[in-house]
Design a protein around this ligand. Sequence first.
Ligand SMILES: NC(=O)C1=CN([C@@H]2O[C@H](COP(=O)(O)OP(=O)(O)OC[C@H]3O[C@@H](n4cnc5c(N)ncnc54)[C@H](OP(=O)(O)O)[C@@H]3O)[C@@H](O)[C@H]2O)C=CC1
Ligand SMILES: O=C1CO[C@H](CO)[C@@H](O)[C@@H]1O
Length: 323
Amino acid sequence: MSSSTSVKMVKFNNGQQYPILGLGTWQATPELKEFEQTEIYDAVKSAIDIGYRHFDCAAFYNNENSIGKAIAEKIKEGVIKREELFITSKLWNNKHKPKDVEVTLKNSLQLLGLDYLDLYLIHWPVSTTEHPIAKDSEGRFIGTDDSYLDTWKAMEQCVQSGLTKSIGISNFNIKQVKEILEIATIKPVVNQVENNPYITQNKLKEVCESNGILLTAYGPLGSPYRGANSKGLVLLEEPIIKTIADKYAKTNAQILIRFQVQRGVIVIPKSSNPERQKQNFDVWNFEMSKEEMDLLESLNQNLRYVLLEPGMHLKDYPFNEEP
Ligand SMILES: NC(=O)C1=CN([C@@H]2O[C@H](COP(=O)(O)OP(=O)(O)OC[C@H]3O[C@@H](n4cnc5c(N)ncnc54)[C@H](OP(=O)(O)O)[C@@H]3O)[C@@H](O)[C@H]2O)C=CC1
Ligand SMILES: O=C1CO[C@H](CO)[C@@H](O)[C@@H]1O
């Protein structure tokens, strides 16, 4: 599998087409020294060679500079053109003030070596003070009064000024999605949330989709590097998934990625390993039955890994009410 043309595209509510499968970049080691070739630099280059065109980035991941270098290298080699790529980035919680939004987006653009983004997301509904992870004496993020509704208006300005083609949200709950929709002139195209058979979030999915917002699944493989969940379970080792994988001669990871593709959810598995990148990209030549999809859905336990614990006390913390 090496051609990006086989990747299914989804259509956003503004008509923009986006690859349903992209590469996650969280914890792909950021640069240690300037000009050093790093894990993420190699990972993005191999992913482009394999056929990935959609990259899920964020200012918070502190590796956009290396991603930019890898993209520039592949454009220089003639392997891809900028317009064939779909680059997402995200606004971190310390930059929610309307005056900071455009400046922060431009900073990501500079690091990525691009003159526009394809998609820009508000990373979390919570807003915090200037330092990205500043905490009080109890180890909690320090909140501000900023409203994500004002932040959204500034996000809309970024579309108007051509800095990004689309805008969206991440980690927003149903109530927060509805609030955004009430004031939006430009609707979010996606809500990026934790999603896999242990946390299917079907109610949120239904509300988003009925309002023209697609879900993007983060942690689609169950974030194996975070260890077993609070019930001692590791998604990639789930026997039901193995049974289905054996039937199609696929790996458990491929089943988990295909699960999202079949339910129309954009999916962004992270891998820095070229063999696993290839495997994760090869999910187009089989179709699971409705019974198998239902079986995978039946694993749902609403268990989250990503809780943003230091932010649980903040006024806009999204997970105090389900979903
Ligand atoms: N909006 C948000 O708040 C969040 C967004 N995200 C985004 O979502 C992306 C994906 O989520 P993430 O947390 O990375 O978790 P994933 O579920 O994508 O798991 C990634 C891990 O799985 C391993 N892996 C990848 N492919 C395979 C495979 N085929 N078989 C076995 N192991 C595999 C990777 O290791 P290796 O690299 O060695 O292959 C890596 O450790 C992130 O990278 C980020 O871009 C993530 C968390 C929060
Ligand atoms: O994108 C992200 C990566 O994971 C982090 C947690 O470990 C999240 O806080 C963040 O939103």
